[in-house]
Design a binder for this molecule. Structure first.
Ligand SMILES: C[S@@+](CC[C@H](N)C(=O)[O-])C[C@H]1O[C@@H](n2cnc3c(N)ncnc32)[C@H](O)[C@@H]1O
Length: 272
């Protein structure tokens, strides 16, 4: 592939085909860091439980950019009666997802920028590091608007995406300890926070879960302490390239989220 001429689809398909080939149906697919993966999943489950208990029953869920459908399988176990749907761009991931055989869960091939679903079709939409792959701000805005279009009024969007402010804070800390800055991956364009909040404002209101003072409910910085330990403290001690899932990092996993050191953040949005 000539990198000068590569299109969005060339870059994304090449990247995720390789991922599908190397990691198959494993939980490590697209995420090597077990604590990050575990917290993403636990946070999605906790918020769905919270919505169910608070009078916003989760009858139908769409997971966009569902990858190998790992999350959908977990959702099926916890929500046996919910209508589940996956949407995925990379055909090899679609195959893996379908091959998982999640009961009563259709997995469609498609693009978050033009969703093949009717208006107001779902109670809940989840994206777990999906829209950051759309490397164009106008197209990302179109994707966020598509998420809103397929949600019923009052429906919820669990947005687990990566933001540049978390990376900037992380790199300040790394710099203080003489570590080189971490960089955004070549196949991503992470959200700029003011841009994101302005873009979603026409379709969504942000649900502030911190008002409940319940540490089991995720806040946007839900991974912050874990990133500080795994991406600042650990490399500062070892002076070696990042190694995931180490004992030292797991030891500090009890810490509540503090600061704003993680790019991956969790926003709960309610459709207006
Ligand atoms: C970082 S992976 C995350 C996959 C899954 N959510 C998970 O957590 O394992 C991003 C996924 O989004 C998919 N994707 C990329 N661009 C997309 C698009 N325009 N529409 C739908 N899915 C897309 C990729 O193929 C990939 O499977």
């Amino acid at each position: 592939m000539d990198p000068e001429r590569a299109t969005y689809s060339d870059v994304i398909l090449a990247h995720y085909r390789k991922e599908a080939d190397e990691h198959g149906k494993d939980a490590s697919s697209t995420m090597r860091d077990e604590i990050t993966r575990g917290r993403e999943i636990a946070s999605v489950l906790r918020v769905l439980e919270f919505l169910n208990a608070g009078g916003a029953p989760v009858g139908s869920v769409l997971d966009i950019g569902c990858g190998n459908a790992y999350l959908l399988e977990v959702l099926r176990r916890h929500h046996p009666a919910a209508a589940l749907t996956g949407l995925e761009y990379t055909p090899e991931m679609v195959e893996l997802g379908r091959g998982r055989g999640v009961a009563a869960c259709a997995i469609e091939q498609g693009d978050v920028r033009a969703l093949p679903f009717a208006d107001a079709a779902f109670d809940v939409v989840v994206t777990e590091r999906c829209i950051i792959n759309v490397m164009d701000r106008a197209h990302q805005a179109a994707a966020l608007h598509e998420v809103a279009r397929v949600l019923a009024p009052g429906g919820h969007y669990l947005c687990v995406e990566a933001f540049t402010d978390g990376l900037a804070e992380l790199n300040l800390a790394r710099g203080e300890l003489g570590l080189a800055p971490n960089e955004m991956p070549y196949h991503n364009l992470w959200f700029d926070k003011p841009w994101f909040l302005e873009t979603i404002a026409r379709d969504f209101e942000v649900v502030d879960l911190s008002v409940h003072r319940d540490p089991t409910l995720p806040t946007p910085n839900f991974l912050s302490s874990h990133y500080f330990v795994s991406r600042v403290l650990y490399p500062a001690i070892t002076r070696a390239p990042i190694l995931y899932n180490t004992q030292l990092v797991k030891f500090f996993a009890f810490l509540p989220p503090m600061g704003n050191y993680a790019a991956i953040q969790f926003y709960l949005l309610r459709k207006r």
